[in-house]
Design a protein around this ligand. Structure first.
Ligand code: PHE
Ligand code: ZN
Length: 851
């Protein structure tokens, strides 16, 4: 039976305000006692007499007092109701004592244990597993916390008040919703640094890790300090407590969590050394450290009224971390990487059965809505707003947002209103980006009158999505530039503001018919449907002054080439090979950018593209043709590879910065190609000589792609078997790079190992996530990949429904494939849906995917 959905339209303020919460934790693995005292008053926004309803799940109620008097009251399955008749007028207190068992908490939500350490995860609705409380983001209160445990490090939110042997007290002066509560207790060591804010506040920064890991924190600390400085200069926002603690946890469902003053991180996104982490890992750590830190203002100081407004904090915070990473590294490279991710995850979601608006209006399980749409499309929508109102308008709107809403639990309406008030714009139509799901498709028609006037006519179509058959036209900022036939720019980047379903823009006084560069910088999250010919794309690949569109020209050329190889058995086109070769050999270009240009479209992306064009993608054929394409590229570049590799070789000591990372990326992209021609000789040599994880893994991948590398895998295992994070890579790579018909067998072999600790989310994702990321392996026609995934989801679900539900999205693309595969996937989804005792999380996902 499907539980009733929660509806945005049902929102009502909570009938009580909470001035202060005092919590006491007596920590024991099997029987932790949590005492809570809430100081309540009636909420003037909800006049009248109301029951006091508190959320609570899996709590053993030991005692309950109202205004100091014991009360007999039985909780139900989801909470506790104190009838209005019993509630005194005016201010009153409620005291509860409950018992919980963190050791048995495998869902990793609420209070749980990881390697002997106590920790919490409360977003979105985990606090109700800790104590009875109105667990909703618009109830904001001051928290004071006392922790009692026989452990050396006891942490909570805010500032430390006092501590002694076996206890510590914390006080958070900033009112906050319960989802930002956190507690950590364990045998931890700190990597510390001081920081002074622009306002002169001295802050103690600590990164807490298990003993032995403290030498892998330096990069995260450096990223934290740069994030704090950046938020001061870019947004004028300074930190607001005396301490900032980060804790690394091995068992964590997500990337990290922005609890006030006490961020909790998946250890994968904190710990790094050159030997154990790749350049991509370093970049991701920098981005996530920044993201969680930036939440202090966008999320914590200004939070969300309800979970429908999740993008208010997540879209904005992603947008801010993207700006930060661009400033730290390269804006062009960052933009390309973000768009690759957006297309791979968000477009895929938006075009399938799980499509939902950036601000949804209903959900069954909120944990299922921490999606690429909320996060990444949420950030794109802000990028469009910024383009429409300009730098100054954006700055004025954000300043107004912070002054007007500091301390509030706000809504998307509040957010849009500050833009309207600061810039005088009407954003009524723009709001559709928040309320309507789906990726608009943008058609282009050009006309040249032969007498200097050139006209671009755009047509937008907004395809139907679940529950939203019809949609209005959206406001689409289309950044365009025009080039003349010898490659000079005759119109620099200009933002056209499209508001109608069909709309034309005229450019006069041109000497010759121009070549358009459309959607520069990927100025809107749409699918551009332009039937440009190969010659025009090659021209833009050679001449576009917009780095994003120059890359994009190469990308769309590559996709056309691969599509033709797959559907017509064509040979890899010479024009693409020559254009790419010229770009890759252009020393004036950033190596990181050139490395990105060498990356071929993914099989999943191609499958989506072929399906949209009316073909039924054949995963095996796609895989084989993509390999043929890579071989052709290797042959075309062969004369240049030795020189390029020599030029990109890093001789200086390892630094995880953008410059070195770019050189390694281009070197390793070349190594990958060279390996296709030399039988793996250079990769074997590179593996043996590698002095950092980036180079070592790249060489290993090159060998695995050739069906080799067993000796290297064995050596790797011998060296790293005691390191969980490094071994996750070892598990993942073997599956990701297994031949299609070997993928299921590889998964079966690896999951049979004793170190396949499937209840650890990182290990589960490394193995089962890699299964679904190996496109041709997952989509084997015999259904072996589908069956394996379903088996593991069904097994994980009772232990950790949140992670099981997230990983079920591997099935969301089923409608793209042939009838046989569709039937196989539907059968697995039905099997999941029919499982006894299935979680609300996975039940909702299976139901939505079956449609
Ligand atoms: N709020 C976290 C972030 O984006 C993500 C998260 C959600 C973590 C739910 C845990 C649980 O930064
Ligand atoms: Zn976030």
């Amino acid at each position: 039976m499907t539980p009733a959905p929660v509806l945005l339209s049902d929102y009502q303020p909570y009938p009580f305000l909470i001035e202060q919460v005092s919590l006491r934790f007596a920590l024991l693995p099997q029987a932790t006692r949590v005492s809570a005292r809430l100081d309540l008053t009636p909420n003037p926004a909800r006049p009248g007499q109301h029951d006091l309803r508190l959320d609570g799940e899996g709590l053993r109620l030991l005692s309950l007092r109202l205004g100091g008097t014991p009360l007999e009251c039985q909780p139900d399955a989801t909470g506790l109701t104190i009838p209005a008749a019993l509630i005194p007028a005016g201010a009153f207190t409620l005291e509860t004592e409950v018992e919980i068992a963190p050791e048995g908490n495998t869902a990793l939500e609420g209070l749980y244990m990881s390697n002997g350490m106590y920790c919490t995860q409360c977003e979105a609705e985990g606090f109700r597993k800790i104590t009875f409380y109105p667990d909703r983001p618009d109830v904001m209160a001051r928290f004071r916390v006392r922790i009692e445990a026989d452990l050396p490090v006891l942490l909570s939110n805010g500032n430390p008040v006092d501590s002694g042997a076996g206890w510590a007290e914390w006080d958070d002066p900033w009112p906050k919703p319960a989802y930002l509560f956190a507690l950590v207790a364990g045998d931890l060591v700190a990597h510390s640094a001081p920081f002074t804010t622009a306002e002169g506040r001295k802050v103690a920064l600590n990164i807490w890790v298990r003993p032995g890991d403290q030498d892998r924190c330096a990069y995260a600390m450096d990223a934290l300090i740069r994030s704090m400085q950046w938020d001061e200069t870019a947004y004028g926002r300074a930190y607001d407590l005396d301490v900032f603690n980060i804790v690394a946890v091995d068992d964590f469902n997500m990337g990290a969590m922005e609890n006030k003053g006490l961020n909790i991180f998946n250890s994968k996104f904190v710990l790094a050394s050159p030997e154990t982490a790749t350049d991509d890992d370093f970049a991701r750590i920098e981005a996530i450290i920044a993201h969680e830190y930036f939440h202090n203002w966008t999320g914590n100081r200004i939070t969300c009224r309800d979970w429908f407004q999740l993008c208010l904090k997540e879209g904005l915070t992603v947008f801010r971390d993207q700006q930060f990473s661009g400033d730290m590294r390269s804006h062009a490279v960052k933009r390309i990487e973000d768009v690759l991710m957006l297309r791979a995850r968000q477009f895929r979601e938006d075009q399938g059965p799980l499509a939902h608006p950036v601000r949804p209006d209903s959900y069954v399980e909120i944990n299922n809505f921490y999606t690429a749409t909320i996060y990444e499309k949420g950030a794109e929508v802000i990028g469009m707003l910024k383009r429409l109102v300009g730098e100054d308008g954006y700055k004025a709107a954000l300043d107004l947002y912070f002054t007007r809403h500091d301390g509030d639990a706000a809504t998307i309406e509040d957010w849009l209103k500050v833009f309207e008030d600061a810039t005088g714009r009407d954003l009524t139509q723009f709001k559709r980006w928040y309320t309507e799901a789906g990726t608009p498709r943008l058609g282009v028609h050009e006309a040249w009158d032969g007498a200097g006037t050139y006209t671009l006519t755009f047509t937008q179509t907004n395809p139907p999505t679940p529950g939203q058959p019809d949609k209005g036209a959206k406001v689409i900022p289309i950044a365009v530039g025009l080039l003349n036939p010898n490659g000079d720019e005759v119109l620099p980047t200009t933002v056209l503001e499209m508001t109608q379903a069909v709309q034309s823009f005229r450019f006069d006084g041109l000497a010759a018919r121009p070549v358009p560069s459309i959607l520069r910088g990927f100025s809107a999250p749409v699918v551009l449907e332009r039937d440009a010919d190969a010659a025009e794309r090659a021209f833009l690949l050679a001449h576009d002054t917009d780095p994003f569109n120059r890359w994009e020209a190469g990308r769309s050329l590559a996709k056309d080439v691969l599509a033709r190889m797959v559907t017509q058995g064509a040979a890899p086109a010479r024009g693409w090979l020559d254009g790419l070769a010229a770009l890759v050999c252009d020393d004036s270009l950033d190596p990181a950018y050139r490395a990105l240009a060498l990356r071929l479209p993914s099989e999943d992306d191609m499958a989506a593209t072929l399906a949209a064009a009316g073909h039924v993608p054949d995963p095996d054929r796609l895989h084989a043709e993509r390999r043929r394409m890579a071989l052709a590229l290797a042959e075309r570049l062969a004369p240049h590879l030795p020189g390029l590799m020599e030029a990109m070789r890093v001789t200086a000591p390892f630094a995880p910065d953008a410059t070195q990372a770019g050189q390694r990326a281009l070197f390793n992209a070349c190594l990958q190609l060279a390996s296709r021609l030399d039988g793996g000789a250079q990769a074997r040599d590179a593996y043996a000589r590698a002095s950092n994880m980036t180079d070592g893994l790249a060489a290993l991948v090159a060998l695995l792609d050739l069906g080799q590398g067993q000796a290297q895998l064995d050596a790797f295992e011998t060296r790293w078997r005691h390191d969980r994070l490094v071994m996750d890579k070892w598990f993942m790579l073997q599956i990701l790079h297994a031949a299609p018909d070997q993928t299921a067998a590889t998964v079966a072999r690896l999951t049979a190992r004793t170190d396949f600790d499937w209840q650890n989310p990182n290990r589960f994702r490394a193995v089962i996530g890699a299964l679904s990321a190996n496109h041709a392996g997952f989509h084997q026609a015999d259904g072996s990949g589908y069956r394996l995934l379903a088996d593991w989801l069904i097994r994980l679900d009772p232990k950790n429904p949140q992670t099981a539900a997230r990983m079920s999205t591997a099935f969301e693309t089923w409608r793209r494939y042939d009838a046989g595969r569709q039937q196989l996937i539907r059968a697995e989804l039905s099997r999941i849906a029919a499982t006894q005792g299935l979680s609300r999380d996975l039940g909702e996902m299976a139901g939505r995917m079956l449609g």
